[in-house]
Design a protein around this ligand. Sequence first.
Ligand code: GCO
Ligand code: MG
Length: 408
Amino acid sequence: MKITSAKVFVGGPNKNYVTLKIMTSEGIYGVGDATLNNRETLPAHYLEEYLIPCLVGMDPRNSEDIWQYFYRGAYFRRGPIAMAAFGAIDMALWDIKGKIAGLPVYQLLGGKSRDGAMLYAHASGNDLEDLMDSIAYYREQGYQAVRVQCGIPGMPKGGGYAVADKGDTQNYITNFTGNGPKIETWNTDKYMRYMPDALGEIRDRFGWDMKLLHDVHHRLLPREAAQFAKEVEQHRLYWLEDPTPAEDQDALAFIRQHSTTPLAIGEVFNSIYDCNKLIQSNLIDFIRVSATYAGGITSLKRIVDLAGLHNVQTGFHGAPSHSPISMAAQAHINAWAPNFGIQEYLVLGTTECDALFPSEHKAQKGFFYVSDAPGLGVDFDEQEAGRYEFKRGYHPVARLEDGTVWNY
Ligand code: GCO
Ligand code: MG
Protein backbone atom coordinates (compact mmCIF):
# COMPACT_ATOMS: atom_id res chain seq x y z
CA MET A 1 0.00 0.00 0.00
CA LYS A 2 1.37 3.40 -1.01
CA ILE A 3 0.47 7.04 -0.73
CA THR A 4 -0.28 8.18 -4.27
CA SER A 5 -1.05 11.87 -3.77
CA ALA A 6 -2.18 14.46 -1.23
CA LYS A 7 -3.85 17.85 -1.48
CA VAL A 8 -4.39 20.81 0.80
CA PHE A 9 -7.51 23.00 0.95
CA VAL A 10 -7.66 26.35 2.75
CA GLY A 11 -11.03 27.90 3.52
CA GLY A 12 -14.33 27.34 5.24
CA PRO A 13 -17.35 29.04 6.73
CA ASN A 14 -15.96 31.88 8.90
CA LYS A 15 -12.64 30.08 9.43
CA ASN A 16 -9.75 29.33 7.13
CA TYR A 17 -9.66 25.61 7.85
CA VAL A 18 -6.55 23.92 6.45
CA THR A 19 -7.57 20.44 5.40
CA LEU A 20 -5.20 17.76 4.15
CA LYS A 21 -6.46 14.80 2.15
CA ILE A 22 -4.09 11.85 1.59
CA MET A 23 -4.92 9.34 -1.17
CA THR A 24 -3.61 5.75 -1.36
CA SER A 25 -3.13 3.03 -3.95
CA GLU A 26 -6.04 1.05 -2.41
CA GLY A 27 -8.52 3.87 -2.95
CA ILE A 28 -8.75 4.56 0.81
CA TYR A 29 -8.09 8.17 1.80
CA GLY A 30 -7.52 9.97 5.07
CA VAL A 31 -8.12 13.55 6.24
CA GLY A 32 -6.22 15.80 8.64
CA ASP A 33 -6.46 19.34 10.04
CA ALA A 34 -3.52 21.80 9.93
CA THR A 35 -5.42 24.97 10.87
CA LEU A 36 -2.96 27.25 12.67
CA ASN A 37 -5.32 30.02 13.72
CA ASN A 38 -4.63 33.28 11.88
CA ARG A 39 -1.47 31.95 10.23
CA GLU A 40 -3.27 29.33 8.14
CA THR A 41 -1.37 29.56 4.88
CA LEU A 42 1.95 28.71 6.58
CA PRO A 43 1.34 25.04 7.44
CA ALA A 44 -0.48 24.77 4.11
CA HIS A 45 2.69 25.89 2.24
CA TYR A 46 4.89 23.68 4.40
CA LEU A 47 2.75 20.69 3.48
CA GLU A 48 2.60 21.50 -0.22
CA GLU A 49 6.22 22.49 -0.76
CA TYR A 50 8.12 20.17 1.57
CA LEU A 51 6.11 17.34 3.07
CA ILE A 52 3.75 16.07 0.37
CA PRO A 53 6.60 15.48 -2.14
CA CYS A 54 8.22 13.14 0.43
CA LEU A 55 4.95 11.47 1.42
CA VAL A 56 4.15 10.21 -2.06
CA GLY A 57 5.34 6.58 -2.33
CA MET A 58 5.43 5.99 1.45
CA ASP A 59 3.43 3.22 3.13
CA PRO A 60 0.62 5.08 4.98
CA ARG A 61 0.40 2.36 7.63
CA ASN A 62 3.79 3.38 9.06
CA SER A 63 2.45 6.42 10.89
CA GLU A 64 5.07 6.32 13.66
CA ASP A 65 7.99 6.13 11.23
CA ILE A 66 6.51 8.91 9.08
CA TRP A 67 6.08 11.12 12.16
CA GLN A 68 9.73 10.55 13.18
CA TYR A 69 10.93 11.04 9.61
CA PHE A 70 9.39 14.50 9.35
CA TYR A 71 10.10 15.56 12.94
CA ARG A 72 13.75 14.53 12.98
CA GLY A 73 14.27 15.08 9.28
CA ALA A 74 13.39 18.78 9.46
CA TYR A 75 16.54 19.30 11.59
CA PHE A 76 14.92 22.47 13.08
CA ARG A 77 12.52 20.92 15.57
CA ARG A 78 9.11 21.83 16.97
CA GLY A 79 7.30 25.12 16.36
CA PRO A 80 3.57 25.55 15.66
CA ILE A 81 3.82 25.71 11.86
CA ALA A 82 5.74 22.47 11.48
CA MET A 83 3.81 20.64 14.20
CA ALA A 84 0.45 21.64 12.69
CA ALA A 85 1.63 20.28 9.33
CA PHE A 86 2.95 17.01 10.86
CA GLY A 87 -0.24 16.83 12.92
CA ALA A 88 -2.45 16.92 9.85
CA ILE A 89 -0.43 14.12 8.20
CA ASP A 90 -0.59 12.05 11.37
CA MET A 91 -4.39 12.45 11.72
CA ALA A 92 -4.88 11.46 8.09
CA LEU A 93 -2.70 8.35 8.56
CA TRP A 94 -4.69 7.25 11.65
CA ASP A 95 -7.85 7.84 9.62
CA ILE A 96 -6.48 5.54 6.91
CA LYS A 97 -5.32 2.97 9.46
CA GLY A 98 -8.81 2.84 11.01
CA LYS A 99 -10.44 2.50 7.61
CA ILE A 100 -8.11 -0.40 6.71
CA ALA A 101 -8.94 -2.14 10.00
CA GLY A 102 -12.65 -1.27 9.74
CA LEU A 103 -12.39 0.20 13.27
CA PRO A 104 -12.88 3.63 14.82
CA VAL A 105 -9.57 5.16 15.92
CA TYR A 106 -10.44 4.85 19.64
CA GLN A 107 -10.37 1.06 19.22
CA LEU A 108 -6.82 1.24 17.89
CA LEU A 109 -5.82 3.24 20.98
CA GLY A 110 -7.21 0.70 23.44
CA GLY A 111 -10.99 0.99 23.29
CA LYS A 112 -13.48 3.09 25.21
CA SER A 113 -12.97 4.06 28.84
CA ARG A 114 -16.27 5.99 29.05
CA ASP A 115 -19.55 6.42 27.21
CA GLY A 116 -19.49 10.17 26.68
CA ALA A 117 -16.74 12.74 27.20
CA MET A 118 -17.65 15.77 29.30
CA LEU A 119 -17.56 19.08 27.44
CA TYR A 120 -17.34 22.63 28.66
CA ALA A 121 -19.01 25.52 26.93
CA HIS A 122 -17.88 29.16 26.70
CA ALA A 123 -20.22 31.58 28.42
CA SER A 124 -19.33 35.22 27.95
CA GLY A 125 -20.90 38.62 28.35
CA ASN A 126 -20.11 42.27 27.96
CA ASP A 127 -21.01 42.60 31.63
CA LEU A 128 -21.83 40.24 34.49
CA GLU A 129 -25.60 40.17 33.88
CA ASP A 130 -25.03 39.40 30.23
CA LEU A 131 -22.66 36.62 31.33
CA MET A 132 -25.25 35.20 33.77
CA ASP A 133 -27.72 34.91 30.86
CA SER A 134 -25.11 33.13 28.80
CA ILE A 135 -24.35 30.66 31.62
CA ALA A 136 -28.09 30.02 32.12
CA TYR A 137 -28.38 29.26 28.42
CA TYR A 138 -25.63 26.60 28.54
CA ARG A 139 -26.99 25.11 31.79
CA GLU A 140 -30.36 24.73 30.04
CA GLN A 141 -28.59 22.95 27.19
CA GLY A 142 -27.36 20.43 29.78
CA TYR A 143 -23.74 21.55 30.23
CA GLN A 144 -22.32 20.64 33.65
CA ALA A 145 -19.18 22.67 33.01
CA VAL A 146 -19.00 26.26 31.81
CA ARG A 147 -16.08 28.61 31.24
CA VAL A 148 -17.02 32.14 32.26
CA GLN A 149 -15.60 35.44 30.96
CA CYS A 150 -17.03 38.91 31.18
CA GLY A 151 -16.26 42.53 30.39
CA ILE A 152 -14.66 44.43 33.26
CA PRO A 153 -16.30 47.69 34.38
CA GLY A 154 -14.16 50.66 33.46
CA MET A 155 -12.32 48.88 30.66
CA PRO A 156 -13.28 49.94 27.15
CA LYS A 157 -16.32 48.02 25.91
CA GLY A 158 -15.51 44.39 25.46
CA GLY A 159 -12.31 45.39 27.23
CA GLY A 160 -9.76 43.03 25.77
CA TYR A 161 -11.15 40.27 27.84
CA ALA A 162 -14.68 39.11 27.23
CA VAL A 163 -13.70 39.64 23.64
CA ALA A 164 -10.94 37.11 24.00
CA ASP A 165 -13.81 34.67 24.00
CA LYS A 166 -16.60 36.33 22.06
CA GLY A 167 -14.11 36.79 19.26
CA ASP A 168 -13.50 33.05 19.23
CA THR A 169 -17.03 32.18 18.30
CA GLN A 170 -17.08 34.91 15.72
CA ASN A 171 -14.55 35.51 13.07
CA TYR A 172 -11.02 36.67 13.70
CA ILE A 173 -10.99 37.94 10.16
CA THR A 174 -13.07 40.83 11.50
CA ASN A 175 -10.17 41.80 13.75
CA PHE A 176 -8.35 43.40 10.83
CA THR A 177 -9.12 47.10 10.81
CA GLY A 178 -7.43 48.14 7.56
CA ASN A 179 -4.03 49.04 8.95
CA GLY A 180 -3.41 46.16 11.32
CA PRO A 181 -5.11 43.93 13.87
CA LYS A 182 -7.70 45.37 16.23
CA ILE A 183 -6.16 46.79 19.43
CA GLU A 184 -7.73 45.91 22.77
CA THR A 185 -7.01 47.72 26.02
CA TRP A 186 -6.15 45.88 29.22
CA ASN A 187 -6.02 47.02 32.85
CA THR A 188 -4.82 44.41 35.36
CA ASP A 189 -5.89 46.34 38.48
CA LYS A 190 -9.48 46.62 37.32
CA TYR A 191 -9.55 42.93 36.44
CA MET A 192 -8.04 41.84 39.75
CA ARG A 193 -10.51 43.97 41.71
CA TYR A 194 -13.57 42.81 39.79
CA MET A 195 -13.24 39.22 38.69
CA PRO A 196 -12.86 37.32 42.00
CA ASP A 197 -16.15 38.74 43.33
CA ALA A 198 -17.83 38.18 39.98
CA LEU A 199 -16.88 34.49 40.24
CA GLY A 200 -18.41 34.49 43.72
CA GLU A 201 -21.66 35.93 42.38
CA ILE A 202 -21.75 33.27 39.71
CA ARG A 203 -21.33 30.58 42.38
CA ASP A 204 -24.14 32.13 44.41
CA ARG A 205 -26.44 32.17 41.39
CA PHE A 206 -25.66 28.74 39.93
CA GLY A 207 -24.62 26.73 42.99
CA TRP A 208 -21.80 24.30 43.66
CA ASP A 209 -22.79 21.58 41.21
CA MET A 210 -21.71 23.51 38.16
CA LYS A 211 -18.09 23.05 37.12
CA LEU A 212 -16.75 26.58 36.87
CA LEU A 213 -13.79 27.40 34.63
CA HIS A 214 -12.07 30.70 33.98
CA ASP A 215 -9.39 31.70 31.46
CA VAL A 216 -6.95 34.50 32.34
CA HIS A 217 -5.58 34.36 28.80
CA HIS A 218 -1.95 34.92 29.84
CA ARG A 219 -2.65 38.41 31.22
CA LEU A 220 -1.11 38.34 34.72
CA LEU A 221 2.38 38.58 36.18
CA PRO A 222 3.39 35.66 38.43
CA ARG A 223 2.79 37.58 41.69
CA GLU A 224 -0.61 38.78 40.46
CA ALA A 225 -1.58 35.29 39.31
CA ALA A 226 -0.59 33.83 42.69
CA GLN A 227 -2.74 36.40 44.47
CA PHE A 228 -5.65 35.83 42.09
CA ALA A 229 -5.49 32.03 42.38
CA LYS A 230 -5.42 32.33 46.18
CA GLU A 231 -8.34 34.74 46.27
CA VAL A 232 -10.59 32.61 44.05
CA GLU A 233 -9.79 29.39 45.92
CA GLN A 234 -13.01 29.84 47.95
CA HIS A 235 -15.08 29.65 44.73
CA ARG A 236 -13.67 26.18 43.95
CA LEU A 237 -12.94 26.55 40.26
CA TYR A 238 -12.70 23.42 38.18
CA TRP A 239 -9.72 25.19 36.65
CA LEU A 240 -7.95 28.48 36.24
CA GLU A 241 -6.48 28.64 32.76
CA ASP A 242 -3.31 30.32 31.50
CA PRO A 243 -2.85 32.62 34.50
CA THR A 244 0.57 33.65 33.13
CA PRO A 245 2.29 33.18 29.76
CA ALA A 246 3.60 29.63 29.88
CA GLU A 247 7.10 30.31 28.56
CA ASP A 248 8.10 31.05 32.16
CA GLN A 249 7.39 27.66 33.64
CA ASP A 250 8.89 28.57 37.03
CA ALA A 251 6.02 31.04 37.43
CA LEU A 252 3.70 28.07 37.80
CA ALA A 253 5.72 26.81 40.76
CA PHE A 254 5.32 30.21 42.38
CA ILE A 255 1.54 30.19 41.83
CA ARG A 256 1.37 26.65 43.23
CA GLN A 257 3.13 27.67 46.44
CA HIS A 258 0.29 30.05 47.19
CA SER A 259 -2.85 28.26 46.15
CA THR A 260 -4.56 24.95 45.46
CA THR A 261 -6.75 26.35 42.64
CA PRO A 262 -6.39 23.81 39.79
CA LEU A 263 -4.30 25.09 36.90
CA ALA A 264 -4.77 24.35 33.19
CA ILE A 265 -2.13 25.23 30.61
CA GLY A 266 -0.90 24.23 27.19
CA GLU A 267 -3.06 25.52 24.35
CA VAL A 268 -0.04 27.18 22.76
CA PHE A 269 2.30 24.21 23.38
CA ASN A 270 3.41 22.20 20.39
CA SER A 271 5.44 19.32 21.78
CA ILE A 272 5.87 16.98 24.70
CA TYR A 273 8.95 18.95 25.70
CA ASP A 274 6.80 22.00 26.45
CA CYS A 275 4.69 19.89 28.80
CA ASN A 276 7.39 17.74 30.37
CA LYS A 277 8.54 19.88 33.27
CA LEU A 278 5.07 21.15 34.17
CA ILE A 279 3.71 17.60 34.25
CA GLN A 280 6.64 15.92 35.97
CA SER A 281 6.89 18.58 38.66
CA ASN A 282 3.12 18.53 39.24
CA LEU A 283 2.85 22.23 38.47
CA ILE A 284 -0.42 21.85 36.55
CA ASP A 285 -3.61 19.82 36.87
CA PHE A 286 -4.84 19.82 33.26
CA ILE A 287 -2.89 19.72 30.01
CA ARG A 288 -4.50 21.80 27.23
CA VAL A 289 -2.62 20.70 24.10
CA SER A 290 -4.47 20.00 20.84
CA ALA A 291 -4.10 17.47 18.05
CA THR A 292 -3.54 20.24 15.53
CA TYR A 293 -0.93 22.39 17.24
CA ALA A 294 0.87 19.53 18.98
CA GLY A 295 1.62 17.12 16.15
CA GLY A 296 -1.40 14.85 15.80
CA ILE A 297 -2.57 11.70 17.55
CA THR A 298 0.87 10.06 17.79
CA SER A 299 2.27 12.99 19.69
CA LEU A 300 -0.84 13.70 21.80
CA LYS A 301 -1.03 10.10 22.94
CA ARG A 302 2.51 10.34 24.31
CA ILE A 303 1.67 13.52 26.19
CA VAL A 304 -1.48 11.92 27.63
CA ASP A 305 0.51 8.92 28.87
CA LEU A 306 3.15 11.15 30.46
CA ALA A 307 0.38 13.19 32.12
CA GLY A 308 -1.28 10.01 33.39
CA LEU A 309 1.90 9.04 35.25
CA HIS A 310 1.61 12.25 37.28
CA ASN A 311 -2.16 12.42 37.76
CA VAL A 312 -2.49 15.30 35.33
CA GLN A 313 -5.79 15.13 33.41
CA THR A 314 -6.56 16.13 29.86
CA GLY A 315 -8.48 19.26 28.93
CA PHE A 316 -7.74 19.58 25.23
CA HIS A 317 -8.06 22.90 23.46
CA GLY A 318 -11.24 23.10 21.37
CA ALA A 319 -11.53 26.65 20.07
CA PRO A 320 -13.49 26.88 16.80
CA SER A 321 -10.26 27.27 14.85
CA HIS A 322 -9.97 23.48 15.11
CA SER A 323 -11.93 21.88 12.31
CA PRO A 324 -14.26 18.93 12.97
CA ILE A 325 -11.35 16.71 11.85
CA SER A 326 -9.01 17.56 14.72
CA MET A 327 -11.97 17.69 17.10
CA ALA A 328 -12.69 14.10 16.01
CA ALA A 329 -9.04 13.11 16.52
CA GLN A 330 -9.28 14.48 20.06
CA ALA A 331 -12.67 12.82 20.60
CA HIS A 332 -11.12 9.41 19.90
CA ILE A 333 -8.34 10.10 22.42
CA ASN A 334 -10.93 11.41 24.91
CA ALA A 335 -12.95 8.20 24.55
CA TRP A 336 -9.87 6.12 25.39
CA ALA A 337 -7.68 8.20 27.76
CA PRO A 338 -7.75 6.81 31.31
CA ASN A 339 -6.81 10.29 32.58
CA PHE A 340 -9.41 12.19 30.55
CA GLY A 341 -10.64 15.32 32.32
CA ILE A 342 -12.80 17.48 30.09
CA GLN A 343 -12.94 18.77 26.49
CA GLU A 344 -13.42 22.39 25.43
CA TYR A 345 -16.24 22.59 22.92
CA LEU A 346 -17.41 25.55 20.90
CA VAL A 347 -20.29 24.81 18.71
CA LEU A 348 -19.89 26.37 15.33
CA GLY A 349 -22.51 23.80 14.39
CA THR A 350 -23.58 25.65 11.27
CA THR A 351 -25.17 23.81 8.37
CA GLU A 352 -22.25 25.02 6.20
CA CYS A 353 -19.72 23.45 8.56
CA ASP A 354 -21.67 20.18 8.73
CA ALA A 355 -21.90 20.10 4.93
CA LEU A 356 -18.15 20.61 4.57
CA PHE A 357 -17.26 17.98 7.20
CA PRO A 358 -20.03 15.33 7.32
CA SER A 359 -19.87 13.07 10.39
CA GLU A 360 -21.96 11.00 12.81
CA HIS A 361 -20.24 12.31 15.95
CA LYS A 362 -22.72 13.78 18.41
CA ALA A 363 -22.56 16.42 21.12
CA GLN A 364 -25.55 16.09 23.42
CA LYS A 365 -26.35 17.71 26.76
CA GLY A 366 -22.75 18.62 27.45
CA PHE A 367 -21.21 15.27 26.44
CA PHE A 368 -19.50 14.15 23.26
CA TYR A 369 -20.31 10.74 21.81
CA VAL A 370 -17.77 9.49 19.33
CA SER A 371 -19.10 7.66 16.27
CA ASP A 372 -18.24 4.06 15.49
CA ALA A 373 -17.44 4.76 11.85
CA PRO A 374 -14.03 3.41 10.77
CA GLY A 375 -11.12 5.86 11.07
CA LEU A 376 -11.72 9.36 12.40
CA GLY A 377 -15.35 9.25 11.35
CA VAL A 378 -15.30 12.64 9.59
CA ASP A 379 -15.40 13.19 5.86
CA PHE A 380 -14.47 16.22 3.78
CA ASP A 381 -16.64 17.40 0.88
CA GLU A 382 -14.32 18.81 -1.78
CA GLN A 383 -17.17 20.25 -3.80
CA GLU A 384 -18.40 22.23 -0.78
CA ALA A 385 -14.83 23.36 -0.19
CA GLY A 386 -14.91 25.02 -3.61
CA ARG A 387 -17.32 27.62 -2.16
CA TYR A 388 -14.69 29.09 0.14
CA GLU A 389 -11.46 30.97 -0.21
CA PHE A 390 -8.75 32.17 2.15
CA LYS A 391 -9.32 35.50 3.92
CA ARG A 392 -6.51 36.93 6.02
CA GLY A 393 -7.27 37.31 9.74
CA TYR A 394 -5.46 38.30 12.92
CA HIS A 395 -5.74 37.88 16.65
CA PRO A 396 -6.31 41.25 18.32
CA VAL A 397 -3.27 42.85 19.97
CA ALA A 398 -3.57 43.91 23.62
CA ARG A 399 -2.10 47.17 24.97
CA LEU A 400 -2.14 48.71 28.43
CA GLU A 401 -3.77 52.10 28.80
CA ASP A 402 -0.41 53.86 28.37
CA GLY A 403 0.13 52.03 25.09
CA THR A 404 2.49 49.28 26.29
CA VAL A 405 2.00 46.03 24.36
CA TRP A 406 0.60 43.29 26.62
CA ASN A 407 -0.21 39.59 26.26
CA TYR A 408 -3.31 38.89 24.25
C1 GCO B 1 -9.34 28.99 24.58
C2 GCO B 1 -8.35 29.92 23.95
C3 GCO B 1 -8.88 30.68 22.83
C4 GCO B 1 -7.75 31.44 22.08
C5 GCO B 1 -7.68 31.10 20.63
C6 GCO B 1 -6.47 31.71 19.96
O1 GCO B 1 -9.23 28.77 25.77
O2 GCO B 1 -10.18 28.48 23.85
O3 GCO B 1 -7.78 30.76 24.93
O4 GCO B 1 -9.85 31.52 23.42
O5 GCO B 1 -7.94 32.81 22.17
O6 GCO B 1 -7.71 29.74 20.49
O7 GCO B 1 -6.29 31.23 18.67
MG1 MG C 1 -7.52 29.56 26.62
